[in-house]
Design a protein around this ligand. Structure first.
Ligand code: MG
Length: 320
């Protein structure tokens, strides 16, 4: 559905900001608690701890959704992207505020469906929508959502160690064929990992394994990647048929996988860890390598034969 209205009385400019905010409040329903916790003041007055996690993510017309996207799915995706970041920290979501950047011609019917999709997702994942902002914009529609969450033991990226086992959930690649709108944020898995002392470091895969793996590899730390074990999605194989590139390339570089990449203490028994996982989740899990000490200037990622793994770039924003 196009976010732009065909007629003047069907667009956001027909209402103006005050009436539009009332509409948005009604579309969000009980995903928006009553004031002063919900919309109505200059700040939300929160009734429960906002938590120790705070993050933001955005969603932009033509970049993250287009006229073929169900607006309800786009609204849900705005929150799901943020929930994936909360999951990567082993946290639970708490509160969110949304900023909307709206061209005057934005369709009211489109925005209603967007907001209802956002609200449905917020209810499903117990996230309270407590306010936000509307700005008239020449570009867009675009949205930014800031979220708080709570983690008893936040999982960090910097805690990976040489010898750690490297794991990934789900399957990778080809996300634009549908997964980017329908994925399930790995919140339960993240919380379970955070409760286990043998979990070391964690990140969610948004720009592709090829790029996001490097975020776990600080100076002096490298990885041996079992390239044959990297789980590729059917969509990655379909994308490969079209592009002529290997499906492994799509698995590493497409991005928007929203899976967890994490490490487990290398002195732990990986078979016991994997049994415990399978006892807790149906979510697929693959051990895809190990971390290793790396000399200065050495290639960060080697395959199991000791060769540098090529074409691990991932999605780079703002690339010329
Ligand atoms: Mg992230």
């Amino acid at each position: 559905m196009s976010p732009f209205a065909d007629s003047k009385d069907a667009c956001v400019a027909a209402l103006g900001e005050v009436a539009l905010l009332e509409e948005i409040r009604s579309w969000l329903g009980d995903a928006m608690p009553p004031a002063p916790e919900g919309m109505g003041d200059d700040c939300a007055v929160l009734s429960r701890p906002a938590g120790n996690l705070f993050a933001a993510d955005s969603l932009l017309y033509t970049r993250h959704f287009d006229d073929t996207t169900d607006p309800a799915r786009a609204g849900a995706k705005l929150l799901l992207r943020n929930l994936s970041d909360i999951a990567a920290m082993g946290g639970e979501p708490r509160y969110a505020v949304m900023s909307a950047f709206l061209p005057p011609a934005t369709s009211l019917a489109w925005l209603e469906r967007f907001c209802r999709g956002l609200a449905g997702c917020a209810r499903q994942y117990a996230t309270a929508l407590v306010g936000g902002d509307i700005t008239e914009s020449a570009e867009g529609p675009g949205f930014s959502l800031a979220i708080t969450g709570q983690a008893e033991r936040p999982l960090l990226r910097s805690t990976a160690q040489p010898g750690d086992y490297l794991y990934v959930t789900g399957s990778l690649g080809g996300s634009l064929r549908g997964h980017h709108l329908t994925f399930v944020p790995r919140l339960a898995e993240g919380r379970w990992l955070a409760d286990r002392p043998d979990t070391r470091a964690c990140i969610d895969l948004t720009d592709g394994l090829g790029k996001d793996l490097n975020a776990l590899l600080r100076e002096g730390l490298g990885a041996v990647l079992d390239t044959a074990a990297v789980p590729l999605s059917d969509a990655a194989r379909e994308a490969a048929t079209e592009s002529g590139k290997p499906s492994f390339w799509h698995g590493c570089n497409d991005g928007e996988d929203y899976e967890l990449l994490f490490t487990v203490d290398g002195t732990a028994d990986p078979a016991a860890f994997e049994r415990a996982w399978r006892g807790a989740f149906a979510t697929p899990l693959m051990r895809i390598g190990k971390l290793r000490a790396r000399g200065k200037g050495g290639p960060p990622v080697l395959d199991t034969a000791g060769r540098p793994v090529e074409n691990l770039t991932g999605y780079t924003h703002l690339r010329a």
